[in-house]
Every structure is written in C-alpha cells, then in structure tokens.
Design a protein. Sequence first.
Length: 570
Amino acid sequence: MTMWFSYVLVVGFSVSVAAADLPLVDLGYQRHRAIAFNETGDYYNFTNIRFGQPPVGNLRWAAPQAPLRSKESYATIVDGSEQGGNCPQVGPCWLTTQAAFTEAYLIGDAFDFHSTNEKIYADDACSTPLPPSARDPLESEDCLFLDVLVPRPIYDRRQNATSRAPVLVYIFSGGFTFGAKNNFGPFGGSPAGLIDSSHISSPDGLIYVALNYRLGALGWMFGDKFASEGGVVNLGLHDQRMALEWVQKNIHLFGGDPKRVTVMGESSGGGSILMQMTAYGNGTKAPFQQAITQSGGWEPATVDLKLQNEIFDDYLSLLNVSSLKEARKLPSKTVIDANQVILLNSTYGTAYFGPVPDDSFVPDDPKRLLRDGKVDKSVKLLTSIAGNEGLRFTSSNITSEADFQQFIGLLFESANETVRNYLTETVYPPVFDGSLGYTNQRERAGLFRGEIVITCNIRYLHDAVHQAGYAHLWDAYPSLHLGDVAYVFWNGPQNFSPINGTIARVMQNYITSFAITTNPNNKESPHLAEYDGKSMLRMSRSGFDIVADPTDNERCAYLGGAPYWPEVAK
C-alpha cells in the first residue's frame, strides 16, 4: 500500500535579547551564557561550549583532556562568540571528479574520466594548501566544542530532577576528513526543524546537542611508528567519547536527562556511533541509551603497518621534521597546511585516514565485534540506508574486469588472493543480466562499494543488540549517499530546493519521536514496524510503501565476517 501525506513547517528565527536576560550555565570550569534566543522556536542557543582543552603543543595527537578551571577562565563569562572553531579539514581532490561524473550520470550525459581528472589537476591545485580565501574561516586546531539548543520550558524547570528532558546528540559526517557540528547539508538546513518536530511527541520537545571531533591527519593518524612516538590512534573516537561523557555529566544543568540520551549520526558519524557501541571490544556501556544511524559506514581500513608508517612518514616530510616530538612544536598553520596537502592528494576513492584497529578502542573490525557480541547490547536502534549508496564513490572509468579487480583491491588491500577471487567469482560475479542488481561493471562496483562500506551494516547492528529496533529505506531520487542530511535538517521550503517536505517531515518525526518516547511512531507519520530483517518502509517521491530488506542476501551474510581483515588472535 502506498501512503502520502503533506505537512507545513514554520521556520524559526532568532531575536536580539539583552545579554543579561539570557541564561547562564555554571559548568564548574567555565561560565557559559546562551548567545541567542529563538523566539519562534522558543529555545535558547548555547554555542561553542568547550568540552576539551585546545589539542595543541604537547596535546597534539594526544588523547583529549578535560577543560581546566583557572581563576581567569572562571571569572570571564563566555557566550561562544570569541571561542570555538571547526577542526582542520579538507575533501580529497578526486571528490571534484566524482561530483562531475555523478551529475553527468544522473542526466544521462557522456563523461570522460581522464580529461576531467586531468583538468582538475591541471593547475596543480592539489599539491599545495588551499589559500585562506578557500578555507573555512572558523578552522582552528582549538576545535573541541559543542552546541546545545534547549527549549525555554525545559531550561526553566532544570532544577526539577523528576521532569528532565530527552536529549538528541548529533555526530556529523564527512568521511573522517571534513565536516563540523554545523554541517547541516545544503538548502538552508538547521536543527530548528527537528526542534519543531519534537513538539509532536512532547509539549516541551527535546534538547539538541552537536559536537566537533578532530579530523584527517590530526585526528586519525595511524601506524606503530606513530604510536611508538606517543601518538594516539583513532583520536576522533576519543574526542567523541569525551563529548558524550560531557553530556552525561553536564546536560542536567540545561534540564536534560543523562539517562535519556539518543545519539544520531550520518555516514562516518553513523559509523562512529557503531564504534562507540563496540568500544574496547568488551561490551562496555555506551554513554547513551539509543542510537540513530543513517547510512552509517566506514571504509575497510588498511592493516598494513608498512603502508600506515609510509603515510605517517609522508606527513612528517611535508612538515620537514623527522619525529612526532618535533611536529608538536610546529605552529598550527604548518600542520594544517600539511594535512590539506596529504588529503587533497589521496588516492582516488580513498581518504587515507579513518578508524583502524588499535588494540584498544577498536580491537577488531567493528563487523566482527558485532558478529561476536562484543557490543553494548542494551542500546535501542533506529537505522536508515539510502537507495543508492555506492554511486558517489565509484569511479566512472570502471569498464572492464581488470578495472573491477583493481577496485576490489583498493578496498580489500589487506585481503588475500583467495578472498578476492571469491568476491569477484561468487559474491559479485560478472553476471550482467540484472538478476544480481547490476548490468555493467560500474554498477557492479557501485553495489559492492555501497554494501561493504554502508548498506549491510544495519543488519549486523540490529542482529547484535537485544531489541529489534526500527529501520527504513530513504529512496527519494536520486537517493544518493548523504542526500538525506538535508532532509534531516530541513527547515521549511527554501528557494531552488529539491527537498520533498513531506518526506523530510516524516523523517524528522521518526527521529524526534524515537528520542522522546523510544518509539518512532507518531500521530503524523506512516507506521514504522519493528525491524525483522525481511522488509522495511521505503520513502520515495511517489509515497511510502513496504519493500524487501536490501540487506537480506548472501552478499551481506558473507561480508559480515570482515574477510578483508586478518582474524585477531583470541
């Protein structure tokens, strides 16, 4: 049965309020005042709240440290206007080629991969840092900040411990190399739509939190050489953990309930949530009770220590130093410039940096940790995937069997020949009659890329926890990976926006109702059944219907064992 609904969303706006009239929160180490009040949405905006010390000098490539209280820091009231920045970031140059291909593919135009790629690299723009004019003006190593948006009624009754509100925490996407807590997608997105939607399930709504974490070479450097010199692997996960623990410790000061925290993330943000649930591989309790993953993913990381060390050495060479100790003494501009150069030049289809096994926070591939039950099983889930997860990340020049084999090798570089042959001959065989979901080599590669990195993960996640949870398929054409970010943060009709407001509102209703009531179902939206591994609700531009679960296949079953990573010794 196909269902169709329509909704209207009121767009909120902030108004000027005298600083003395805005609420002030005492965090113990700092006193932070709200920077604005949104009159239409009836909520306060606390922005750029510090949750970690500046990760510079000796704290560069070190585990995050809690903010220190000093006489000066406590005496000065801050409102986020003079502190706070986005972590140093950049997207690889190949993303420009891929964007051009995706646009051509969707409108049916021919695309010349080589001439386009050569044009993009013609000016050598990928071998030098971006000029200041092309960078995020908020970019800074001192970036461990978070935002809190709290409805006025919730804040006003914050002293009442029996009526504290649910909390929704957002972890942004960006492939672990770019993005920020204010990364809401195109078309004027903001959290205002989520806060508005939350009133469907509660008169007062919920508290919204968004956090930053370190990126690229500054947050995800790896290798045993790096570690032997005092570097901490998977720093981004440690940053996220500190922010989530900050929420547990401090959210009551805003009227929030630390026992009603839902964490939400798209793409690498969703993959990060999964790794927070499998942290340390021993079932450690996660600092949240519920999780919403949207296209949650991570690329199979290299376990080749030689390659990891080579990348570390390349980075040091860009810095013109020979050790991490020397690198920690360099000015921020130098390490940020080198981060940009190494990421801009990353191999097509990769970004070099991301989660890797570290014998600590990530003791094994998360797929196997889920398979083996090494996860916080108490977390309740709401998950989603997109209809076309692989297109954005699949090169247009994959036209032959040799090309496909090379593509397999790019993602499965740690796999042995037996695994690779089984993948290409049995799991994704060269059968192009459409029966397996592809009619050419590029579509074959796209399906492989989408399933191994993203699609199949929701199945492993739901199978690993105690409760069934909920899942849906976002299939609003062109149904590309990351396309639903703009829907999640839809804030009413915008000029030239292709977003379907009906779908956006339903997604927001599911998210906020789940965070508030532990059930995504609400009075405005089509019913979402518990996940059974066989079918799920699809939302498309033609309406809502029930379809077969895209993860219910032998491919996902095989990939669940993470054959591309060597088995960890028990």
